[in-house]
Design a protein around this ligand. Structure first.
Ligand code: AVJ
Length: 333
């Protein structure tokens, strides 16, 4: 096994690889979504600079239980997880955002070989990886600005071949996929994880659980209006980046539990008949017409484990909180 090298706290030395989606991708997605009979905008575009900051504030709202619940689970089980994973791990975080949760793992892991943070929000990613490299000066840190929903080439550590490659996908972000998409996504990542190291790798993944719809709807429509601002910021981003003429005041935020599809869906609902321009096109929107922006699927523990099995993994451990709001799974690739 390669020994992690010790470097000085030189945080400009973190590796940075930029595979971010282009502005053209954003324009094409907006035109495509807004031209459909049921209008939609892809949730991946929530996370510009302002959107990422708003998401961090959502996580602090009393109604938004997932972040603090998952953190509490991690605090409790990071030590047994570290013992299970052993030394020499390459930790690959999908959608690393502010990289707070991964610190709980890094504090416990025995000589992790390297950390790779993947996120589409470039500056947010850079800042949090710089900070991580400063706080863990002995750790090889790599920032990969990319859409991890696509095929992402994960670079091997410079320090050598890891014992295991471990994917870390917290926050129940997998829930933004339909179950069929989630299965395909996990199946694709499985090869990256199992061939990346000497021993079998796996995925440590946070999954939000089904529960009382009132709790779910409140989590996606907090009283302080932060989730509403987060949703509406998608229109602001279109205005800023694609010459859009959306008036955010002419839309309202809506979050609805769909029991049949087992997801919370978010919409921006038009408050009036209006014509909006964006990306060089005109779109007519009727009063009361919804623009779909996000689905967050919720699972039962057993339901998620069968999905993981269909994707080729072996669900080897699961942890939850006392109220069974959230779950953390170790899936062997
Ligand atoms: C970051 C995708 C996990 O779906 O709960 C929070 C995003 N949307 N509030 C989620 C989100 C509205 C969040 N994920």
């Amino acid at each position: 096994m390669a020994v992690p090298k010790t470097t000085s706290a030189n945080h400009s030395r973190i590796g940075f690889l930029d595979l971010a989606p282009s502005q053209g991708d954003f324009a094409a997605a907006v035109i495509d979504g807004m031209s459909r009979p049921q209008k939609s905008l892809p949730c991946a575009f929530f996370y510009d600079e302002l959107g990422s900051a708003l998401f961090d504030r959502i996580c602090e709202q009393p109604e938004y239980y997932p972040t603090r619940t998952e953190q509490a689970i991690l605090d409790r089980v990071a030590a047994p997880i570290a013992a299970m994973l052993g030394p020499g791990v390459q930790l690959v975080e999908l959608g690393s955002g502010s990289s707070r949760k991964v610190r709980t793992l890094l504090d416990r892991l025995v000589n992790p070989l390297s950390y790779v943070g993947i996120d589409i929000s470039r500056d947010h990613l850079r800042r949090s990886c710089d900070q991580l490299a400063a706080d863990y000066p002995w750790l090889e840190v790599m920032a990969l600005c990319a859409d991890y929903l696509r095929d992402v080439p994960v670079p091997p550590p410079q320090a050598g071949i890891p014992r295991r490659r471990v994917g870390f996908f917290p926050g129940s972000t997998l829930g933004n996929f339909t179950p069929a998409e989630a299965e395909g996504f996990l199946a694709r990542w499985r090869d990256t994880l199992r061939f990346g190291g000497v021993e079998g790798g796996g995925m440590l993944i946070g999954i939000d659980l089904r529960k009382d719809p009132a709790i779910l709807e409140a989590a996606y429509d907090d009283a302080a209006g932060i989730t509403a601002a987060f949703n509406l910021n998608l229109l602001g981003r279109i205005n800023r980046e694609l010459d859009g003429t959306f008036a955010p005041a002419h839309f309202r935020h809506m979050a609805l539990w769909d029991g049949e599809r087992s997801c919370v869906s978010m919409y921006l609902v038009s408050r009036r008949d209006q014509i909006v321009r964006a990306a060089g096109q005109r779109f007519a929107i009727l009063e009361g017409e919804p623009i779909h922006t996000e689905d967050s699927h919720k699972y039962s523990i057993e339901g998620f484990q069968s999905l993981a099995r269909r994707a080729g993994y072996r669900p080897a451990a699961v942890w939850t909180d006392p109220r069974a709001l959230f779950s953390l799974h170790w899936l062997e690739a």
